[in-house]
Design a binder for this molecule. Structure first.
Ligand code: ZN
Length: 399
């Protein structure tokens, strides 16, 4: 058996801690066919339409068959449906029917995630209801999305998900700035008491992550002030982000940060350098390797001991980049800083993400073993750390 196969098989025995997931609430018979799968996965972000016609299917497959999202979802379907057929313009009606049968025969999404994907725990980012555990705290431990607190500069301005704390929590609209700050801390501690194990920023979908240190007075000018300039509002938001970093340090709760892609402009992890260097006690977990700027994420992880690498989404975006990034992290002595999450909405996509993550980790480790940088036993140990033990340690055994 090849070294790659041995590591890959070993990963299947690990009780995985999936540190980032958007699993949607269960609906029996969902996804109902390929259309739903495309709409509720990253395939829907690929600028290709799927309308169920043969012409569109041919165009879709021609454009995407070497795309990593497509490849791993196709792999997931092949394994789950017991076929080696490729999904193309001739086979798609068969796949469509089989996905419907699979979805309506699935007794429990949660049992699927436990038994087929081997997830012991899942850190859920339910942005539609920040802090939700889908009613199954045994499997889902929530993260708490903080974007909305940067949008309370007016009672009706909203973040990318349509949230604002005045609207979501019914806070009195005449809160003074100090009271607003107190309420944020109260809400975070309340969510921690309810089981949230991390804070989460997906702010690159809202604005630049170039947060600068601001004074209290600068920030206050941007709060509920009808004459506030754009710069005053940015100062308010920067201040709130720094304030949340201090809360994260105070309660020692890891702070998960989406980096890379998003709005592109202003999403490179390197833009966090100032806030990272000024908050050495905050645990910054950088998601997605700041793709495509993985070198910038690597530089931060290398230089700051409070910065961690979560591979979530990366093996599905570009498997090659994930392998390269993993090897670089290991070679720079950062193997203990690596975690993995599926970053998916449905069980089919989650299983595909698991296959992608397993492949990337097994390939990176097998290469290093074959080049004699480590032994097979050491490789297995690192795999177990990446898929489980590092998350236990970084999230302080709260997961
Ligand atoms: Zn995500």
């Amino acid at each position: 058996m090849s070294v790659f196969q041995e590591i890959s098989d070993y990963i299947d025995t690990i009780s995985v801690i999936d540190t980032h997931c958007h699993k949607l609430p269960r609906q029996v018979g969902f996804p109902a066919g390929i259309q739903d799968l495309v709409e509720h996965s990253y395939l829907g972000w690929c600028h290709r339409d799927w309308d169920g016609t043969k012409e569109a299917a041919a165009e879709f497959v021609r454009g995407l068959k070497h795309n990593s999202y497509f490849f791993w979802i196709e792999k997931s379907l092949q394994k789950l449906l017991g076929t080696e057929q490729r999904l193309d313009e001739n086979t798609y009606p068969w796949f469509d029917q089989k996905i419907r049968e699979f979805s309506s025969s699935l007794a429990s999404d949660d049992e699927f995630l436990r038994n087929v994907c081997h997830y012991d725990k899942i850190v859920l980012d339910g942005y539609w209801e920040p802090g939700t555990n889908l009613g199954n705290p045994g499997l889902y431990t929530p993260t708490y999305r903080i974007n909305q607190f940067l949008f309370g500069y007016q009672p009706d301005t909203v973040d990318d998900n349509g949230n604002n704390p005045f609207l979501v929590y019914g806070w009195p609209k005449d809160l003074e700035f100090d009271q607003y700050l107190d309420k944020i801390e109260e809400k975070i501690t309340e969510k921690m008491a309810q089981g949230c194990v991390a804070l989460k920023s997906s702010l690159p979908y809202d604005r630049s992550i170039h947060f600068k240190e601001r004074t209290y007075d600068e920030a206050k000018r941007g709060y509920q002030n009808p004459d506030a300039s754009r710069e005053d509002i940015v100062a308010f938001q920067d201040y709130i982000y720094f304030y949340i970093c201090r809360i994260a340090a105070k309660y020692d709760i890891p702070f998960q940060n989406h980096t890379g892609l998003g709005n592109l402009e202003g999403s490179n992890a390197m833009l966090l350098k100032e806030v990272i260097s000024k908050n050495p006690k905050t645990r910054f977990i950088l998601f997605h390797g700041s793709f495509p700027w993985t070198d910038d994420a690597l530089a931060l992880i290398h230089n700051y001991s409070n910065v961690y690498a979560d591979l979530c989404w990366l093996p599905s975006i570009s498997t090659t980049t994930a392998i390269y990034f993993l090897k670089q992290l290991i070679e720079t002595g950062k193997a203990d800083a690596i975690t993995w999450g599926c970053d998916s909405w449905t069980v089919i996509e989650s299983y595909g993400a698991y296959l992608a993550g397993r492949y990337a980790v097994a390939k990176a480790l097998a290469d290093l073993i074959e080049d004699a940088f480590m032994t097979l036993e050491e490789g297995k140990e690192l795999a177990e750390n990446i898929f489980r033990n590092n998350a236990k340690r970084i999230y302080l055994d709260r997961i």
